[in-house]
Design a protein around this ligand. Structure first.
Ligand SMILES: [Zn+2]
Length: 303
């Protein structure tokens, strides 16, 4: 471990003086969704990069030395916060840059100002055990309404970095919100006939999305977020899914295909793979397209 840290430090030293090409400050985000929201506010006045690729498990990321160098060069780090990024504390320790200390103007935690779901979940994290969502469910970007407070916070953070561009950021955000409103009207109408549909999920990524569009999440394949199910739990789960009349099993592209197939076969639920992050499918090329695609997949699966 110490050897790895030393190697990272060397890479950082080599890369630290590198200037960011092009105009505008560099913003590094932990996820592609945050990068997409920074892009809609910042437009061509900022550069933005995500540490996580769209199909990586956002809770379990291995940050590469080259990405650490980009973070070192960044003017702003934007993150989901809570315990969504358990890997980030180690990355920031390795980086040792006080600019990214929580609460600094170079650090933006977009969970502030979000009304969290499942915040009553007891925080139990044993040594070596993977447990996330200990402070509330962290997948809040999957309610498109939450893009309002998230882009408001991004606008303020960008305007602190580039005060002269505030009017530009405000106009860009206003255009985005108009498109968001049109999208919300379309998606809500498409999902209206399916309100009350009972679904099971693999990982608890979808409570915000489900609340917005009227789906009822009755079970999760992971007994605790981030923890794979035991055979005994699976047997009980699939029985409960049958009893509850669960029609759909919502999987993610990185869910275990054998696990998903097994739960679907034993419960009788149909599998639908939803895309949890921008870029996770060629059709989910930006934040609005992500919802367009997921609503289409759901309405096709429920037809
Ligand atoms: Zn999660």
């Amino acid at each position: 471990m110490r050897g790895v840290r030393a190697a990272l430090a060397l890479v950082l030293l080599a890369a630290a003086p590198a200037r960011v090409e092009g105009g505008g400050p560099l913003v590094v985000t932990t996820s592609t969704d945050l990068a997409a929201l920074v892009a809609v506010v910042g437009g061509d006045r900022v550069q933005v990069e995500s540490l996580a690729a769209p199909l990586q498990d956002p809770h379990a990321l291995e940050v590469k030395p080259g990405q650490l160098a980009r973070l070192k060069a960044a003017a702003l780090l934007v993150r989901i916060g809570l315990d969504h990024e358990p890997w980030l504390a180690r990355v920031l320790r390795t980086l040792g840059d006080p600019r990214f200390a929580p609460g600094s103007p170079h650090d933006l935690d977009t969970s502030r100002g979000i009304e969290l779901l499942q915040a009553e979940t007891p925080r139990v994290r044993g040594e070596g055990a993977v447990h996330v969502h200990g402070f509330g469910n962290t997948h809040y970007w999957l309610d498109p309404e939450n893009a309002r407070p998230m882009t408001a916070a991004i606008l303020e953070a960008l305007a602190r970095l580039a005060p002269g561009e505030r009017a530009h950021f405000e106009a860009s955000r206003a255009r985005f919100l108009a498109a968001l409103d049109a999208g919300l009207a379309r998606w809500t109408a498409a999902m209206a006939p399916h309100r009350g549909t009972r679904v099971a999920v693999v990982h608890e990524s979808w409570p915000y999305f489900a609340r917005r569009f009227g789906l009822v999440v009755v079970a999760a394949v992971e007994p605790t977020p981030g923890v794979p199910p035991s055979p005994a739990y699976l047997a009980t789960l699939t029985g409960r899914m049958r009893e509850a009349g669960v029609r759909l099993l919502v999987a993610e592209p990185y869910s275990s295909a054998s696990l998903v197939g097994q739960v679907a076969a034993r419960s009788g639920a149909r599998i639908v793979t939803l895309i949890p992050s921008v870029g996770g499918d060629p059709d989910a090329r930006d934040y609005l397209a992500l919802f367009e695609l997921n609503v289409r997949r759901l309405t096709e699966a429920l037809r």
